[in-house]
Write a protein that binds this ligand. Sequence first.
Ligand SMILES: Nc1ncnc2c1ncn2[C@@H]1O[C@H](COP(=O)(O)OP(=O)(O)O)[C@@H](O)[C@H]1O
Ligand SMILES: [Mg+2]
Length: 271
Amino acid sequence: MFNSISSQAHKLINLTKINKTKTKTKLITITSGKGGVGKSTFTANIAYLLTKKNLNVLVLDADIGLANMQVLFNVKPKYTLFDYIESHKTLDEIITQTAYKNLALIAGKSSYKHAKIKNSLVFSRIINDIMNLNKYDIILVDTGAGLNEYVQEFLSISHNILAITTTDPSALTDVYALIKMISHQKEKLMICFNHTQSYQIGESISNSLIKLAKNNMLKSNFMIEYIGNVSTSANISTTSRLRKLFVHEFASEVITKQLHEVINSLLKNIK
Ligand SMILES: Nc1ncnc2c1ncn2[C@@H]1O[C@H](COP(=O)(O)OP(=O)(O)O)[C@@H](O)[C@H]1O
Ligand SMILES: [Mg+2]
C-alpha cells in the first residue's frame, strides 16, 4: 500500500515538476503513530520559535481526525485545506495569517469525509503549489494519528520526517511501526520525546530503538536521528486552553529552552 502510494506520489511530483533546487521552502512532516502524544502542541510551539530565527513559517493542519491548529493559534480561518483541494478557493484565500509575525496557517477540518476525495494524491498538489510560491522557508505539516493513506502520502513526499512520541510502551510500539514503514522508503527519521524529563532518557530509548531496528534488519543505511526531549508542564495545557502559545508566554521556562535545542538540532538535520 505504502509502496504504491509512494510511487504514485513520486510520479505526480515529476509531473508537476517540483524542483527542490528552485525553491527555498523546506517541508517537515510531523507524525507520531499514536494520538495524544503532543504533536500539535509541539508543532505550534516550534513554528513560533522558528519565526524567531527569522524564518517565514507556514503550518498545514493535515489532521483529518482532530484539526485543532486554529485553536492553538487562536484564529478563525474562513477556509480550510479542503477548499483548495476541492478547487473552490485559491492558496491566497486559504492561508490565514496568525497574530504572530511570519507565521501563517492552512487550517484543516475535522471529520472530513475521506470518500469525498477522489484522488489519493490530494496533498502532493497543495505542497507542490506552496513550494512553488517560494515564499515560505519552512512548511510544518501536522499529520493525524495513525498511518492511514493520507499520512502515508505526506510521508512519501517529505524529505524531512519528525516523529513525536512519549516513552509509554504503547507510543513506542506505534513509533516502531512507523520506523519500520519509513525505513523502506527513506534514509532518515528524526525523533523527539515529549513528556520526557531528561535529554539522556530520550537518547537512551532512541538508542534502543536503533538497536532493535538493526536486530530486525531494517535497511542498513537507515538512520534514526534523536533531536531532543520536552518535559511535562501543566502550563502547556493551560496556555493551550487559553489559546496562547507556551513558548510565547513562558520564554525563559525549561521547556522553551528544550524546544530551542530541538529546533537547533532540527535545522541542522533538514534538507
Ligand atoms: N509537554 C507537555 N506537558 C504537558 N501537557 C502537554 C505536553 N505536550 C502536550 N500536552 C497536552 O497534551 C494534550 C494532547 O496534546 P496534542 O498536542 O493535542 O496531541 P496530539 O496532537 O499528538 O494528539 C493537550 O492537552 C496538550 O496541552
Ligand atoms: Mg493533534
